[in-house]
Design a protein around this ligand. Structure first.
Ligand SMILES: Nc1ncnc2c1ncn2[C@@H]1O[C@H](COP(=O)(O)OP(=O)(O)OP(=O)(O)O)[C@@H](O)[C@H]1O
Ligand SMILES: [Mg+2]
Length: 231
């Protein structure tokens, strides 16, 4: 389980996260929605230790990992799929996956990843720059999985992808969940979030202001959208 308690993060003098509280139960998918610039990426960067939080706790199965160095957070079992994918353009597909490898995977072996992502198998010798946006996204997920994480943080994976690829992505996210991976999904694509998440949370100005099941969210959607999500 991933539990964030009263998390505060600053960039210099800017107080970005202002007491974030969020719980992702083990084996569940929680989606975080919110307008541009509210602090969604800062939340996952704070969890990973890429920007150290100024106060608050990040509990991973009860252990407080707030402020740990990124490689220690990764070793503790948290993997991060960054916004924009950040694939190495000059490395091959297999080399990109191996960047995420800490020791040979037990659960998400390279063979299994290539079965989960058939397009990556077909393109295993290609360089990162030769892949489509969808293939790059799957590669970024494969690179995260090869570390056998307990928790995966996905930052806007559907960005720029065609609807058909977003559906494929939804299938992949459900597969991970079925395999027991705990997922925090940051999304602007509400359809994807509603389709896969067990709970939806909305961030406004560095705080979580709303949380509900997809069913409840759907019933309240028009009002919630207007109040918290549309520009
Ligand atoms: N490295 C940085 N230094 C200073 N300020 C930053 C830095 N990164 C982000 N910010 C600021 O922090 C705030 C939150 O940014 P963040 O990237 O977390 O938002 P976001 O919710 O992920 O937005 P988006 O939907 O555009 O991805 C924004 O005002 C942004 O300008
Ligand atoms: Mg962001």
């Amino acid at each position: 389980m991933l539990r964030i308690e009263r998390l505060n993060t600053h960039y210099g003098a800017s107080h970005i996260l202002q007491g974030v509280d969020l719980t992702v139960p083990r084996g569940r998918i929680c989606a975080m929605l919110g307008r541009n610039g509210v602090g969604k990426t800062t939340t996952v960067r704070s969890i990973m230790g890429l920007v150290p939080p100024t106060s608050g706790r990040v509990l991973l199965d009860g252990q407080d990992i707030a402020g740990w160095a990124p490689h220690l957070v990764a070793r503790a079992g948290v993997a991060y799929v960054p916004e924009g994918r950040l694939i190495f353009p000059d490395l091959s597909v297999l080399e990109n996956i191996r960047v995420g490898e800490r020791k040979p995977a037990k659960v998400w072996t390279i063979e299994r990843l290539l079965t989960l992502f058939p397009s990556l198998r077909e393109r295993s010798g290609n360089r990162g720059w030769q892949l489509s946006g969808g293939e790059q996204q799957m590669l970024a997920i494969a690179r995260a999985l090869v570390s056998d994480p307990r928790v995966v943080l996905l930052d806007e994976p559907s960005q720029g992808l065609a609807p058909l690829v977003v559906r494929e992505l939804a299938g992949v996210i459900r597969t991970l969940c079925a395999e027991g991976v705990t997922i925090l999904l940051i999304e602007q694509n509400m359809k994807l979030a509603e389709a896969v998440a067990d709970e939806l949370h909305i961030m406004v100005k560095g705080r979580i202001v709303y949380g509900a099941s997809p069913e409840v969210f759907r019933a309240e959607e028009a009002e919630i959208r207007g109040r918290y999500l549309t520009v």
